[in-house]
Design a protein around this ligand. Structure first.
Ligand SMILES: [Zn+2]
Ligand SMILES: [Zn+2]
Length: 197
């Protein structure tokens, strides 16, 4: 007897091939909801929203620097979050982060694991400027694409591209909120059907 797999089941399964697990702490819900909508326009992925407890983050807080040790935090999270196949974690933390040797980082990532975006320095208020909701949300979206891009295997890119390295908030504002053609090709090659076309 020949058994034929029903193709519709296979197609339905492919739709949820990728999962992005968002973990947030200290970031307003309306900003997270906006981010989820933006990510849905970019990725063919299921998105889940979870909350981290502040104590999970502050265990890596360095009171001398008034910042969180990003390397230690991402390592701890990668050990304490469960990762279904083809999933990435995306942490949004309203705190400032650093790695040894740098004054600060906007985010950090690990290939195959996911990334953290620290939102403190993405807020115009940090620079003594007037609060600008659109700008704040756009910066969060850019840094999210950037860290997720690394987690899906992209390196820094010299093109007009969200994968450009950002040394300052001016660099963040100058780069576009999308992947360049070269990075899109790389993403799709290593992660078939990840990007929405
Ligand atoms: Zn980077
Ligand atoms: Zn690029």
């Amino acid at each position: 007897m020949i058994f034929i797999y029903p193709p519709i089941f296979y197609l339905a399964d492919m739709r949820h091939k990728y999962l992005i697990q968002i973990y947030s702490t200290g970031v307003e819900d309306r900003i997270l909801e906006d981010l989820i909508q933006s990510l849905k326009t970019t990725f063919n992925a299921k998105l889940s929203l979870n909350y981290l407890e502040w104590k999970d983050i502050v265990q890596f807080y360095n009171p001398m620097r008034k910042q969180v040790n990003a390397s230690k935090l991402i390592y701890w999270l990668s050990e304490n979050i469960s990762f279904p196949p083809n999933s990435r974690m995306l942490v949004l933390a309203n705190i400032d982060g650093y790695v040894e040797g740098l004054n600060f980082v906007f985010g950090i990532s690990n290939p195959g694991i996911g990334g953290i975006v620290f939102t403190t320095r993405l807020n115009p208020l940090f620079y003594g400027e007037e609060y600008d909701d659109y700008l704040y949300r756009l910066r969060i979206f850019k840094e999210t694409l950037h860290e997720l891009g690394h987690s899906y295997g992209l390196t820094h890119c010299q093109n007009l591209c969200v994968m450009r390295f950002s040394n300052s908030i001016y660099d963040v504002d100058r780069k576009p909120a999308h992947y360049c053609t070269k990075c899109q090709k790389k993403l799709n090659y290593h992660n078939p059907e990840l990007l929405k076309t």
